[in-house]
Design a protein around this ligand. Structure first.
Ligand code: ZN
Length: 99
């Protein structure tokens, strides 16, 4: 309980998945290509960081924790890591999935 699947949206398309730690409102920054990969590595957080040095891209982060909500962040889609928006606690969120 309390950890849920998160999705990374870029231009309204899901480009990756991550694990959302609901008890502390934290995004595991490592983005996986499939939901199955997230479930296979469930509760084994990997705090990967961007190493390529390219500017990160605007993304929308979605968590299906509770009724589901999303917020703005940035990610490096080359290194597959969330850069900004990791701490969902003090960020303005919008209910539901991005539309
Ligand atoms: Zn990078």
């Amino acid at each position: 309980m309390s950890n849920t699947l998160g999705k990374v949206y870029k231009d309204k398309v899901v480009v990756g998945y991550y694990e959302y730690y609901g008890t502390c409102d934290i995004v595991e920054p490592t983005i996986r290509k499939t939901a199955q990969e997230v479930y296979d590595l469930w509760r084994k957080p990997e705090y990967r960081k961007c190493t390529c040095g390219k500017p990160s891209e605007d993304v929308i982060l979605y968590s299906d924790y509770g009724d589901g909500f999303h917020w703005s962040g940035t990610a490096c889609l080359t290194c597959l890591v969330v850069v900004e928006g990791i701490n969902g606690y003090d960020i303005d969120t919008t209910e539901g999935e991005p539309t």
